[in-house]
Design a protein around this ligand. Structure first.
Ligand code: S3P
Length: 168
């Protein structure tokens, strides 16, 4: 089995789906954010705070390049990964990309309680969060829609996803 990249907005369930998918496929699972935290010895909010978003994107791109040679791996990306440094093309050319799609409303409710772990969302009220996500998601979908497959994030059927990627 090849390399599978799970992409999608923050809170869409990429890591949970990725772990389950990797178990079913008997593949290794890597969470890109955790990989970056391990490499940098710093949390993602810490990297944003100390180095800023632009440097985080460069670190993220380098981390992705390090993982590109791996086989039999399911990689859960960060929500912004596909949108910078040609990462979407890099992933499309080196594995199977799957967009876990969820509506802005569903994402808003899921992210309300975990927004403080995410530097781009912290300090927003529920209404600000809803508006930010709706606009941000629309821009990001230009990249997300380049994925080989799109699956519904709500009530995600892992067995269907397994059948999907096994056919490739
Ligand atoms: C980001 C998403 C985060 C993390 C960072 C930036 C984004 O990952 O990479 O906070 O730009 O959407 P998750 O999608 O796992 O929350």
């Amino acid at each position: 089995m090849a390399k599978i990249f799970l992409i999608g907005y923050m809170g869409s369930g990429k890591s949970t789906a990725g772990k389950r998918l990797a178990t079913k496929l008997k593949s290794e699972f890597i969470d890109l954010d955790e990989f970056i935290e391990g490499e940098c010895g710093q949390t993602i909010p810490g990297i944003f705070e100390e180095k800023g978003e632009a440097e985080f994107r460069a670190i993220e791109h380098n981390a992705l390049k390090k993982l590109i040679a791996k086989e039999n791996t399911v990689i859960a990306c960060g929500g912004g990964t596909p949108c910078y440094y040609g990462n979407m093309e890099l992933m499309n050319n080196n594995g199977i990309t799957v967009y876990i799609k969820m509506s802005a409303d569903a994402l808003t409710s899921r992210l309300m309680n975990s927004r403080n772990k995410r530097p781009l969302l912290e300090d927003k009220t529920e209404e600000e969060l809803r508006q930010f996500i709706a606009e941000h998601l629309e821009k990001r979908e230009d990249f997300y829609h380049q994925a080989h497959y799109t699956v519904k994030g709500k009530d995600l059927d892992i067995d269907e996803l397994v059948r999907f990627v096994s056919k490739v």
